[in-house]
Write a protein that binds this ligand. Sequence first.
Ligand code: ADP
Ligand code: MG
Length: 309
Amino acid sequence: MTAVTTTALPLPLHSRGKVRDTYRMSEGELLMVATDRISAFDVVLPTPIPQKGRVLNQLSLAWFAQTADLVRNHLSPDLSVPPPLLRELPDLEQRSMRVVMAEPIPFECVVRGYISGSGWKDYQRSGSIAGAPLPRGLRESARLPEPIFTPSTKAAAGHDENISRAELANRAGRELAETLERLSLSLYRFGTERALTSGLILADTKFEFGFHHGEIILIDELLTPDSSRFWDAEQYRPGGPQPSFDKQYVRDYLEQLGWNKQPPAPWLPDDVVEGTSSRYLEALRRLGAAGPREPRELRSEGLRRYVPS
Ligand SMILES: Nc1ncnc2c1ncn2[C@@H]1O[C@H](COP(=O)(O)OP(=O)(O)O)[C@@H](O)[C@H]1O
Ligand SMILES: [Mg+2]
C-alpha cells in the first residue's frame, strides 16, 4: 500500500498539523486523519513512512478505550466512518478517529519517569528539570525516584517552552494545574504498567487536554511512539542514551548527514524508511498485545461502552 502524505476528503478542513489532517465531520465533531508524514526536530520530512498513520491511530484508539475509566476522552460516541468517505481513501477507517471538538488547553502535559532528552540536558545544566529538584548524581536514562510532571507551553509555531509547575499554576490557575498534573500522572502510571507487560519501558510521554461543555477531557493522541519515548526493557542500560523504539533510524540518519535542522529537510533513503516503518509496526504488535482486545475488534464492537458519557 502506498504511503499517504496528504489527504483531500470532501469535508471542510479544520486544520493540518505536522502529522494529522483534521476535518469538520458534523456540528461539534471532528475527523482526525493520521497521515504517514513524519517530523523530526519539529520539521516535517519530505519522505512519508508507510503504515505509520495507521499504527498511530490504532494505538491511540486502544489506549483511549483502556483509560476511559481514568479520564474521559474525546472519542465520539459513534466511531463509524460513513461509507462514501471510505471510498475516498482505502484505509481511512484504520487511520481516522471521530472525536468531539474541544477547546484545547494550550499546555503540553509531559510526564517523565526516566531522565532523557531535553530533561537530561536541563539536569546537566541545573541539577533539576524545569525547576523540579532531583537527586544528585543521576546518570543519563536513569529511572527517577518518582515520575515527575514537567509541563510545557504549546507553541503555535516553533519549539515548545518548558515551564515550572508554579508557572503553570500562574498561567492556568492552581486548580486546573493540579487537575492536569493528577490526571497526567495517573495516565503515565497506567501506561507504564501496561507497556512493561509487553517488555517496553515508557520513559516519558506527553498528554493534551481540552474543555468540552465545561469538562476537562483527554484529547489528541495517546501513548504512541510520536508522543512518547518507548525503550526495549531488555536492552535498557542506564548511563547513556537508549535506542528509542521509533524515530531512532531517522534521527541518527539526519544527525550523521549534518543537516542544520532548518526546513527543507532532506529525503530519507529506502532502508531508513523501511527500518522506521517496521519499528512502528513492531510497537503496534507489542503494545497491541498488552491491550484487552485488538483495536479493530474494539471498533467493530463499538467503543461506546468503554467511553463513559
Ligand atoms: N478533540 C480535539 N478538539 C480540538 N482540537 C484537537 C482535538 N484533539 C487534538 N486536537 C488538536 O489537533 C491537532 C492535531 O494534529 P497534529 O498533526 O498532532 O498537530 P501538531 O503539529 O500541532 O502536533 C493538535 O494541534 C491538537 O492540539
Ligand atoms: Mg501533534
